[in-house]
Design a protein around this ligand. Structure first.
Ligand code: P6P
Length: 335
């Protein structure tokens, strides 16, 4: 069969054997995410037509106004994962604390924990700009058969067994890795099936796109300022193009296809940057490295960082290998 006509379901089954998803639980988990993605996609696509735009009148732990679609996406993913007894715990950007999921027989036999940003970039919803769901999967480290603990969620990103995103854009795509490369599947909405459209996705080694909110420029540390000026200088293959959608999933996806670097630095007003380590940076860093890119928090590799708390933030620089390495040269001048 032509590789590109394969459905996500066929791909999962084929790789179940290849990737030693021993019990098939991880396959079932990816299938559950596939189902939730279709449900959320349906809601996102009609967001302008029904009263689910705007704020839900609640504030999340980040101190951000929860968008109605944020809350809906969060509920759909949690409900889908809970109902299938695949995971023993879920953490979400929209939930203050993690959720422990007891199997019906109360034996806590499920061995995976999932962390999600159910709708990243949600401030873009009301202006019809693409948004995304980000997910990250770990094997629990506390004994199976006992209730899940915070320790199961505070694992370094290098322990992830799977990670991915759904991008609700001009088309809806599910892009994920289980540690054996990155593959992208496009949803055919007419029949509700994801097809393998982007096999073996790879960051170009370099690129000409830099993505950063330049409105914060005056607050950036000098190394980042110097790198941005380097991108803008007329020299060699520069100036680069500035592209910033304000939706991590969308900026990451474009840069992975075309080549580029995404930056959310710390600054004098956000000492740890804005992005959350556990359910934004770690999954995107796992994908980046699986696609031959790089992801750093400044000095260190994102995937090596030992998390201290569920919603901690971290500076984030991610994309084409040579662009991130050049940025590191500028950062190291001031460290
Ligand atoms: P700013 C969305 O809220 C998000 O977490 C990322 O998706 C996005 O890249 C970033 O924040 C945008 O933040 O401060 O530039 O608006």
């Amino acid at each position: 069969m032509n590789k590109k006509n394969k459905t996500l379901g066929e791909f999962i089954i084929e790789n179940q054997a290849a990737f030693q998803y021993s019990s098939g639980e991880l396959s079932k988990l990816i299938n559950a995410i596939r189902l939730a993605a279709k449900v959320v996609n349906h809601e996102v696509n009609k967001a302008g037509l029904v009263d689910i735009l705007g704020t839900a009148g609640e504030m999340n732990i980040q101190g951000e106004n929860q968008q109605k679609l944020d809350v809906l996406a969060n509920e759909k993913f949690i409900q889908t994962l809970k109902n299938r007894e695949i995971v023993c715990g879920i953490a979400s950007e929209e939930e203050d604390d993690f959720i422990s999921i007891n199997s019906n027989d109360e034996k806590h036999r499920n061995k995976y924990v999932v962390l999600i940003d159910p709708l990243d970039g949600s401030t873009n919803i009301d202006v019809n700009v693409s948004v995304g769901t980000i997910f990250s999967v770990y094997r629990r480290i506390t004994p199976v058969g006992t209730p899940v603990t915070l320790e199961d969620f505070l694992q370094p990103g290098k322990n992830q067994v799977a990670a991915g995103y759904i991008i609700y854009g001009t088309s809806t795509m599910l892009v994920y890795t289980t540690g054996h490369g990155v593959n992208g599947f496009t949803l055919n909405p007419a029949i509700g099936t994801f097809y393998l459209s982007h096999p073996d996705m790879q960051f170009p080694e370099s690129g000409k796109i830099y993505s950063v909110n330049e409105g914060n420029y005056i607050h950036f540390h000098q190394g980042v300022k110097d790198y941005i000026k380097y991108c803008q200088k007329e020299e060699g293959d520069r100036p680069y193009t500035s592209r910033y959608i304000g939706s991590l999933v969308s900026d990451f996806h474009r840069n992975m296809i075309k080549g580029g670097i995404y930056m959310y630095p710390k600054s004098s007003i956000t000492e740890n940057g804005k992005l959350r380590l556990l359910y934004e940076c770690n999954p995107m860093a796992f994908l980046a490295e699986q696609a031959n890119g790089l992801a750093i928090g400044g000095r260190s590799r994102i995937l090596d960082v030992k998390p201290e708390e569920l919603h901690q933030r971290i500076p984030f620089f991610c994309g084409s290998r040579k662009m991130v390495e050049k940025l590191q040269e500028f950062l190291q001048k001031y460290q």
